[in-house]
Ligand binder design. Structure first.
Ligand code: GNR
Ligand code: NI
Length: 142
């Protein structure tokens, strides 16, 4: 999943996006020009969300080519099990908080378009279906 995330390229990926029905997600944690530092989150949960919210443009590898401004809590506290089997609790802010919420949404069958109005979502889905029919989203060739 980590390889698939970087290859996409993306900053997060949830198991259901690659056909795996398990509550696992990976996420890039590097800030700016750092080395890659991916984390694996098993059974991630949101323990707390800030009252403060941010609105920012958001996209999804499962709904490629479309971006929407989505309002979400600016900060979240997450708990998950890492690859060593250890329980980790961490407070995330800004893009990392957004990404964690986005990935946990995937584990709950939710996409970013579920955060916009029905009208907007309807238009976007219609557009996306047209693109799919036109072959615009064929899988990457190796
Ligand atoms: O690569 C991604 N970028 C992104 C940008 C803003 C908010 C969320 C994301 S997650 C996305 C990759 C993806 O679809 N993960 O499920
Ligand atoms: Ni996504």
């Amino acid at each position: 999943m980590i390889e698939t995330m970087y290859d996409a390229p993306g900053i997060g990926l949830a198991a259901p996006q690659v056909g795996v029905g398990q509550r696992i997600a990976v996420m890039e944690m590097a800030s700016e020009e750092d080395e890659q530092s991916p984390i694996v989150m098993i059974n991630p949960e949101i323990l707390w969300t800030s009252d403060e919210t941010d609105e920012a443009s958001e996209g999804c590898l499962s709904f490629p080519g479309h971006f929407c401004d989505i309002t979400r809590p600016s900060a979240v506290e997450v708990r998950y099990m890492d690859l060593k089997g250890q329980i980790v609790e961490n407070t995330l802010e800004r893009l990392q908080a957004r990404c964690a919420q986005h990935e946990i949404d995937h584990l709950n069958g939710k996409l970013f378009i579920d955060h916009i109005s029905r009208l907007k979502r309807g238009l976007l889905v219609k557009k996306f279906k047209k693109e799919l029919a036109a072959g615009k989203h064929r899988p990457k060739q190796p």
